[in-house]
Design a protein around this ligand. Structure first.
Ligand code: URA
Length: 433
């Protein structure tokens, strides 16, 4: 078999055989197929797509390209959630302790920030002492004792995706439905959980810009999971506007704590509870209304917050920081952004706002950059809000005073105002089960 013929077949819009797809994944992972041939194939896939069968084969071949996690000792109680990436999206920090407090087992691997989007591992590391690189033994021990552990992507899990994702990132082939579906689902299948709920983001801050594309991606991923005997659902949620009020690592942990204490921003609570309810309903095989009630109860009784403290303590983090978020260090510099007129905020570009927070130091511009855990943005006004001249729209935080000017310019260019209240965009477009 020759890689040249595989590229030619896809270029000519022919369906690739299982053997051809497996040959490519193995050869590329082993280093026998060079980047230039792999990038020619991914570009052909970008233009011509893949059939359901091809995407399923690609996913499984990538899932089996390295180690897999065996969670079978926990039976069918293991659950996972995955977001396709957004700005201000701290739902894992909220959903994980909620579902663990209700008896689900969450043994999860999460990522670091990517581009303008944040990552759970970076956020957790803003808690003093929190260890996101547990050994295998420590990871399983903690899951047995507490029902919850979240670590960074370790070892040799889906090496094919690691290589392909980096290649796609620099060859303009990220936003392809079969390539995203196989990338995400290969990692989820390899990570071993029985129930998987996906948060497929849609809008200016997401890979999928329209609800139609987001639905096609969600359906593809749900199908792949079900065909591999997983309990699956996908919630299509809005990412035109950042989620919640806080953007940036420790600021997001603080906001997650507020939600688990029964306070916090309504939009964030709504999306986090929808995700948690879907997980609980699927995992316990109960009605969604009953699951939502359980989720409400575990927040109002304080059990979910207690689970957060237990989780942070088990992973070496300072419990006192969770009990009293005033303990989190504060950025040295801050700047308020004021409204110049009476108006409504008519739109926010979530991606540009994410970039503004990266400029402040909350994300990495280069792979090895150090993150400023205290940096970020607190949004005081969001799309649809009425604004009076002189109101504070947002506050920027950083330890690098020089970043304030360009972060402020970026933030201001990302928001639009109008005299009319804008049409409301739903927070949840659809649930694919
Ligand atoms: N997240 C992933 O893990 N893979 C993609 O291709 C896109 C988003």
């Amino acid at each position: 078999m020759r890689m040249y013929d595989i590229i030619k077949n896809k270029r000519d819009n022919k369906e690739l055989t299982n053997e051809e797809i497996k040959f490519f994944v193995k050869g590329y992972t082993d280093g026998n197929i060079p980047d230039y041939q792999a990038s020619a194939l991914t570009m052909a896939i970008f233009f011509n797509g893949m059939t359901e069968k091809e995407t399923a084969t690609l996913t499984l071949a990538m899932a089996e390209s390295g180690d897999t996690v065996d969670l079978s000792e926990f039976g069918n109680k293991t659950v996972d959630k995955h977001s396709t990436g957004g700005v201000g999206d701290k739902t894992t920090l909220i959903v994980a302790p909620i579902v663990a407090s209700l008896g689900c087992i969450i043994a999860k691997m999460s990522g670091r920030g990517l581009g303008h989007t944040g990552g759970t591992v970076d956020k957790l590391e803003s808690i003093d002492g929190f260890n996101t690189s547990l050994s295998n033994e420590e990871f399983f021990e903690q899951v047995k004792n507490t029902g919850i552990a979240v670590v960074g992507q370790t070892g040799n899990l889906t090496p094919a995706d690691k290589k392909l994702y980096s290649l796609r990132d620099v060859t303009a082939t990220v936003d392809s439905i079969p390539l995203i579906a196989s990338s995400i689902m290969s990692k989820k299948l390899a990570a071993g959980s029985h129930t998987i709920v996906l948060d497929v983001k849609c809008g200016s801050g997401a890979f999928m810009k329209t609800p139609e594309d987001a639905k096609a991606l969600a359906e593809e991923m749900v199908k792949i999971g079900k065909n591999n005997n997983r309990n699956m659902a996908a919630i299509i949620t809005d990412m035109n506007t950042p989620l919640g009020k806080n953007i940036g690592n420790s600021l997001e942990v603080i906001e997650a704590i507020e939600i688990l204490k029964g306070n916090g921003a309504e939009d964030l609570k709504y999306v986090a509870c929808a995700l948690a309810s879907e997980i609980v309903a699927l995992s316990k095989n109960i009605d969604i209304t009953e699951a939502s009630q359980l989720v409400e109860n575990t927040i109002s009784s304080g059990e979910a917050f207690e689970k957060l403290k237990e989780w942070v303590t088990a992973q070496g983090g300072k419990k006192e920081w969770i009990e009293n978020p005033d303990n989190f260090p504060k950025a040295k510099y801050s700047e308020d952004i004021f409204a110049e007129n009476d108006c409504y905020m008519s739109s926010m570009n979530a991606e540009e706002i994410g970039i503004s927070s990266v400029i402040l130091g909350a994300g990495r511009e280069k792979k090895d950059d150090l993150i400023d855990m205290t940096a970020g943005i607190i949004l005081n006004k969001k799309t649809g809000d009425k604004i009076k001249k002189g109101d504070i729209i947002a506050t920027l935080y950083t330890n690098n005073e020089n970043s304030l000017k360009s972060a402020k310019e970026k933030f201001i260019s990302a928001i639009e105002f109008s005299n009319e209240k804008p049409v409301e965009i739903p927070l949840i477009y659809e649930i694919v089960r």
